[in-house]
Design a binder for this molecule. Structure first.
Ligand code: FPP
Ligand code: MG
Ligand code: MG
Length: 330
């Protein structure tokens, strides 16, 4: 599966024992006597990269090592890894309804297999089961931290619906949106496992900032791949953002060289030929390179932050994983 590939390529085989039971456990939690069970389990087939759980277990072991000289992982930290994957998956099930996307992870999306109504309910169901798992950890602080992620995900999606009038505010708006829709889950999952490790505010902040910077890197690269990769490689539609009216980093950078993009951004590429024209202008500009450069800066910041922890094999794996996020092709 893809999880094995990622673990091998990143030298994170260490984490494979932690995650070996993850998908069977999640599927067990999703059991129900109704059809919703099959729909909800659909993406937990081991074909995803399981990037969020991987990052969460490696962070758990790295922080446990730093604070207790013992890199064993706690059961509660393993639960956070599963919950993070479930929140992420639930949000994608809904995202494909919002974006009208027919493929995901190399197969038909839930939306296209079962229709919009069932997709909305399946996302809600996965989220409700994840909420119960979170409550059972019985740590109020951790519940507060991960609840923030749910609010951020929805706010991030909402921020995406509007375009900023003021050109100077656009990039800040884009970065804030990227934090909410992508980095928040990584940042707060890292923070949650640090809380469970008994970390003080300083170390919680290290965990948070690592997750935040990896998350921003992830979204910048995702927005770049939407312009340069293909649906075959990505297993989901590409060249889609402009058609959805979204101005992501490559277009925002391209604006500096081609100001004629500004009115198109404001009308959210709604006129015939807008999306195609903007796509060409992005490729004629250095928007892709500038996006790559900004992603690299965030990945370097993530690495700098994590290096303040005691050296360990898990810390090294976190650095390799960060590089992988930056240099990935899918
Ligand atoms: C993918 O972005 C979408 C997200 C990262 C977040 C989606 C959040 C919601 C739909 C809010 C609902 C939240 C919950 C918890 C149920 P994308 O469309 O840019 O990426 P893609 O290319 O993978 O589709
Ligand atoms: Mg979307
Ligand atoms: Mg989408």
């Amino acid at each position: 599966g893809t999880l094995d590939e990622v673990q091998t390529q990143t030298g994170t085989g260490l984490a494979s024992d932690d995650l070996i039971d993850m998908f069977p456990d999640i599927k067990k939690q999703l059991r129900s006597q109704y059809e919703i069970e099959d729909i909800a389990k659909y993406y937990f087939d081991g074909q995803g990269k399981a990037f969020r759980p991987l990052l969460t277990v490696l962070m758990s072991r790295a922080i446990n090592m730093h604070l207790h000289n013992d890199e064993r992982i706690y059961e509660s930290q393993l639960q956070i890894a599963k919950i993070a994957e479930m929140i992420h998956t639930a949000s994608l099930v809904h995202d494909d309804v919002i974006d009208n996307a027919d493929t995901r992870r190399g197969k038909l999306s839930i939306k296209s297999m079962y229709g919009e109504r069932k997709a909305v309910m399946a996302g809600d169901y996965i989220l409700s089961v994840a909420s119960a798992m979170l409550a059972r950890i019985r740590n109020e602080e951790v519940i507060v931290v991960l609840s923030q992620v749910l609010a951020d995900l929805v706010q991030g999606e909402f921020m995406q619906l509007g375009s900023k009038e003021n050109e100077n505010e656009r990039f800040a708006h884009y970065l804030k949106k990227s934090f909410k829709k992508t980095a928040s889950l990584l940042a707060y999952s890292c923070k949650a496992v640090s809380i469970l490790s008994g970390a003080d505010d300083n170390h919680q902040e290290i965990a948070f900032q690592f997750g935040r910077n990896v998350g921003i890197t992830l979204q910048l690269v995702d927005d770049m791949l939407d312009f340069i990769s293909s649906a075959e490689i990505m297993g989901k539609p590409t060249a889609l953002d402009l058609k959805l009216g979204l101005a992501t980093a490559p277009v925002l950078f391209a604006c500096e060289k081609f100001p004629e993009l500004n009115p198109m951004i404001m009308r959210r590429f709604s006129e015939p030929g807008d999306a195609k024209k903007a796509f060409e202008l992005v490729h004629k500009s250095d928007g892709i390179e500038q996006t790559q450069y900004l992603a690299k800066q965030h990945s370097q910041e993530a690495i700098r932050v994590i290096q303040s922890l005691k050296p360990s094999s898990n810390q090294k794996a976190l650095i390799t994983l960060t590089d992988k996020v930056l240099n990935r092709m899918k």
